[in-house]
Design a protein around this ligand. Sequence first.
Ligand SMILES: NC(=O)c1ccc[n+]([C@@H]2O[C@H](COP(=O)([O-])OP(=O)(O)OC[C@H]3O[C@@H](n4cnc5c(N)ncnc54)[C@H](O)[C@@H]3O)[C@@H](O)[C@H]2O)c1
Length: 252
Amino acid sequence: MTRIALITGGASGLGRATALAYAGAGLSVVVADIDGARAAAVAAELQGKGHRGLALDVTDEAQVASVFALVEREVGPIAVLAHFAGISGYTPDGLNPKIADESVANWERTMDVNLKGTFLCVREMLRVRRARPVPHGRIITTSSMVAQSGGINGGAAYAASKGAVLSFTKMAAREAAPLGVTVNSISPGAIDTPMLRSVMPPERDASYIQSIPMGRIGLPQDIAAAALFLASEDASFITGSCTDVNGGMRMQ
Ligand SMILES: NC(=O)c1ccc[n+]([C@@H]2O[C@H](COP(=O)([O-])OP(=O)(O)OC[C@H]3O[C@@H](n4cnc5c(N)ncnc54)[C@H](O)[C@@H]3O)[C@@H](O)[C@H]2O)c1
């Protein structure tokens, strides 16, 4: 039976690359993003048939419930939730605020998208899988290298939100295990996506890669490859883990 994957933040960057990888591996992909038009465009470029693109704001509890219900009803049971939706926490004027200058509004917006969005989507996945179990259920959350290193490109709200994603992922892994669902996090380093480029111009690459043992900025496909493995049936004994994909920039 074709496995169904729901990819949040799938209209861009890491989510889009993962959608391409999953479709290439024969999964049926639902691309969900706050930008529904771009989600539909990504779904249209995927290999194979039956892919869908949907609008979803992951901070909206009712929308999360209705999108999961729609997918379960019209596409089928979701085997893989790959949750990439996230924001950088930079202010709309492109600034990375220091804690002393951070606003409550920007702090809350960052926590809302990165942490509450993760909670709402994982909660909904656990609810639907509890109601209708599937074999080889998988949840993949997205943290960040800065969660454990302290921010370089990320500010405190972003780092704190991504640190909380790691803790939440471990709790979710314990609770999902009886359902046969694994829950793992990917922790990207600097990966060349629109988000990275919104905070780091290419002119900084040469100095930045001095601190990356593999000597390059990551590509979205580097993350998609990890997400593909974690989604696979072969990854059935890996849960509660964090996969660092950062070219060796931070080793624990
Ligand atoms: N690119 C990197 O270097 C890097 C490093 C560490 C972590 N990450 C994390 O990886 C994930 C993907 O980042 P990316 O680099 O692909 O960024 P991106 O900006 O290219 O893609 C993020 C996607 O999330 C969507 N999105 C934003 N808010 C949303 C919401 N409320 N509901 C639904 N969708 C929403 C955006 O529309 C966009 O399509 C993020 O969680 C990010 O924090 C990225």
